[in-house]
Design a protein around this ligand. Structure first.
Ligand code: NAD
Length: 702
């Protein structure tokens, strides 16, 4: 094979009369403008050189991760994907995509515009644009249905979920699954096609899968799919665009696709989703923990405590194939805990096959002997929330754990430094705060203590990702980031109820904002007695919530809390709750009034934003965008709303400051006094995003 030139983003090579164009924009070959231009030039050059076929492959990890997101929302620089597709169509012989690793979004659209696709075994292929609030705007919504039929295409595009090369072969948008070197396989495919004189029909010219499509069946499928994405615009436009592939000629369909894309690309929702996409990546950059920080390889883990959290945490390790020892104080609790893990797997929505459940259970070893942690590389403690108990457990871990093992606590509120001091190795101690249910919620707050080493943080992040979590490093304080912020919402909920709201009003507003579940229904799920115990310990009161607990209303576990629950666990407003609330208003001398939905939303979100600002001031969170990641992955905040700090930026911090001051005066809640950081940013005309940019290492270096 001979290298013909040294083009920057596309390498051009030839093997006889088959030319090879290699995408070379590390690390993931995003289709930046310069690459697109070189691809067009490469196709042209191949045609002029008399090439019989062209193979397009990716260098490095994958074929292509698609569009360069930093180009979104900026003026379009030609050539676009459509121009490349035109160039492919103009080429006299077959243009074959050789795909390995992954082809996502525009990367897959590029491949769909080719005459044929050869994919390496295990390659992932997806049109994930919907997850960024947009749609595949490079012809994907028009070509995919023509290749695989309307309903399979609709499902791929509306869900954004990947399929494997093997599935794509069955669906019909991959022509061959290859083993070994993808470039060699794609060249061999092209050579065979040439030898056989095979005539390929481009997707745009195919009608066999779309002609006479059953539109009623299609619309029924759309309705079923959209039910799951309440409030989101992108899935709606995705479906409309795929439908155009059934009712319009190809070129007109492309225009429809473009128009629907343009509606989305600068929408609030797409901005929010892109914000979260970048925020998740930013959160992986931790001050003082540079890339390449050595980590402890976690070949074996241990969990102390087999209760609600310990069991869920052990499930995460076993599901990821990491052996885990579960240590309990109580033999009966141990057995029950492990049985609960099995039961949880069996009744989960995507229950794994029985064989897989047995494999996972075989990775879990239960014991009541603390010495069993001796061969663990990471120990996570999840015993009762009691500092005395935790100190005792950590002193024991110090005796039994191997030197260099990482020791983590799942505490929600206790001081990590104090826990670390119970050992002689505080550098190896940190918090790993999982969210309930631990096997499902993706957020993992990693709590850095005063002495925690960079190696311990890097290990916790690495293992967190390995078990499917989204780790966010936070500082040590009561409640850390998420619970500390939601904690400030509680007093406003009490006040809203006393002033005129009912539980269903508050939950309705939050659920129509997009939360999976309103705060009061969530309280019923977690148990109202837990909050009451915390208030007792802190000497605070919540007259209405306390009255509910006094009336035996602990939430779902007693069949009644803020709501009454029927035998299907469906919630219903309960006259007894209304009576308790009205009596409390009267007792407090409050004349109830009608409260608007806007006010409800403000009074629930503003206290969290205000506390978020204090958290930033104190350095408990590194960036405002980290806080948004915490809420999306730990608190059911809809990603398409971008998180509380993003919300505040969109409202504008001056407006946020004014509203906070107004509600502070009206409700006499000192928590609502605008935080100094909000005062400062409001005065400067700044934003949380601007603060993040100013603080980021890249900005500092540049
Ligand atoms: P839990 O009461 O369900 O479980 C605690 C378990 O620890 C019990 O089974 C108990 O027998 C065992 N245990 C107590 N002392 C022990 C010891 N010395 N050695 C071994 N085992 C011992 O409690 P939980 O809800 O799982 O909470 C555990 C921890 O996780 C607490 O620190 C809590 O604050 C934290 N947490 C809880 C949640 C939640 O929503 N429940 C969320 C995040 C963090």
């Amino acid at each position: 094979m001979q290298q013909q030139d040294e083009a920057h983003y596309v390498q051009h090579a030839a093997e006889g009369d088959i030319h090879i164009l290699r995408l070379a924009n590390p690390p993931v070959n995003t289709l930046r403008a310069a690459l697109r231009a070189e691809l067009v030039a490469g196709l042209n050059a191949a045609r002029e050189a008399g090439a019989k076929a062209v193979v397009i492959v990716g260098t490095g990890r994958m074929f292509s991760a698609g569009a360069e997101m930093t180009e979104f929302g900026k003026p379009r620089v030609p050539p676009g994907l459509h121009d490349i597709a035109e160039e492919i169509a103009r080429f006299p012989g077959p243009v074959v995509a050789g795909i390995h690793g992954g082809a996502y979004g525009g990367g897959l659209e590029l491949a769909l515009a080719c005459h044929a696709r050869v994919a390496a075994k295990g390659t992932k292929l997806a049109l994930p644009e919907v997850k960024r609030g947009i749609l595949p705007g490079g012809g994907g919504t028009q070509r995919m249905p023509r290749l695989i039929g309307p309903i399979p295409a609709l499902r791929m595009i509306v869900s954004g979920e990947p399929v494997t090369a093997e599935e794509a072969l069955k669906l019909g948008f991959v022509d061959e699954v290859a083993e070994g070197d993808i470039e060699a396989a794609a060249v061999a495919f092209a050579r065979r096609a040439l030898a056989e004189g095979h005539r390929f029909v481009l997707a745009r010219d195919r009608t066999d899968k779309t002609a006479g499509a059953d539109l009623a069946a299609f619309d029924a499928e759309v309705e079923a799919l959209l039910r799951r994405s309440r409030g989101m615009l992108a899935p709606v436009n995705c479906a409309k665009s795929v439908r155009a592939a059934l009712t319009e000629p190809f070129d007109q369909g492309l225009q429809t696709e473009r128009a629907l894309f343009n509606e989305l690309v600068n929408s609030e929702q797409s901005l929010a989703l892109r914000h979260i996409f970048f925020a998740e990546r930013e959160a992986q950059k931790v001050p003082g923990v540079p890339p390449g920080t050595p980590t402890v390889k976690v070949a074996k883990a241990a969990v102390i405590g087999a209760g609600t959290m310990g069991g869920g945490i052990a499930m995460c390790f076993a599901a990821a194939g990491i052996p885990v020892t579960v240590v309990e104080a109580d033999a009966e609790a141990l057995q029950k805990g492990i049985e609960r893990c099995a039961a949880n797997w069996r009744r989960s929505r995507n229950a794994p096959p029985e064989e897989e459940i047995r494999r996972r259970l075989s990775l879990m070893t239960g014991t009541t002997d603390m010495a069993a942690v001796g061969d663990a590389d990471l120990v996570i403690e999840a015993v009762f929330e009691d500092i005395g108990v935790k100190e005792k457990v950590f002193a024991e871990l110090d005796r039994h754990a191997r030197p260099g093992a990482i020791l983590a606590s799942n505490t929600s509120t206790l001081d990590i430094d104090r826990i670390a001091r119970a050992t002689r190795r505080p550098r190896d101690v940190l918090g790993m705060h999982f969210f309930s249910p631990a096997n499902i919620m993706r957020l993992l707050e990693i709590v850095r203590g005063r002495e925690t080493s960079p190696e311990a943080i890097a290990t916790a992040m690495e293992v967190g990702k390995a078990i499917g979590k989204v780790p966010v490093v936070v500082g040590n304080c009561d409640g850390f980031v998420g619970n500390r912020m939601t904690g400030k919402r509680g007093p406003q909920i009490e006040k809203l109820l006393a002033e005129g709201c009912l539980p269903q009003d508050i939950d309705r507003v939050m659920e129509s904002y997009g939360m999976a579940m309103g705060p009061l229904a969530t309280g019923d799920l977690a148990g109202l007695d837990i909050g009451a115990a915390v208030r007792r310990a802190r000497g605070t009161v919540a007259p209405i919530a306390d009255a509910l607990v006094a009336a035996g209303r602990y939430g779902q576990k007693t069949g009644k809390g803020w709501y009454r629950y029927d035998e299907n666990r469906r919630r219903h407003p309960d006259p007894e709750v209304e009576r308790i609330i009205l009596e409390t208003s009267q007792r407090l001398g409050i004349t109830r009034r009608r409260i608007s939905d806007e006010e409800i939303l403000d009074r629930l979100l503003l206290p969290m934003v205000n506390e978020g600002a204090r958290i930033l001031e104190e350095g408990i969170a590194t960036r405002a965008s980290d806080i948004d990641v915490v809420f999306v992955h730990g608190f059911g905040w809809p990603a398409w709303r971008g998180g509380p700090m993003f919300w505040a930026d969109r409202v504008g911090l001056k407006e946020v400051r004014d509203r906070l001051a107004r509600y502070a005066a009206a409700t006499n809640d000192p928590n609502l006094q605008p935080a100094p950081l909000i005062e400062r940013l409001a005065a400067e005309g700044g934003s949380f995003a601007g603060l993040d940019r100013a603080r980021s290492p890249a900005a500092a270096a540049g």
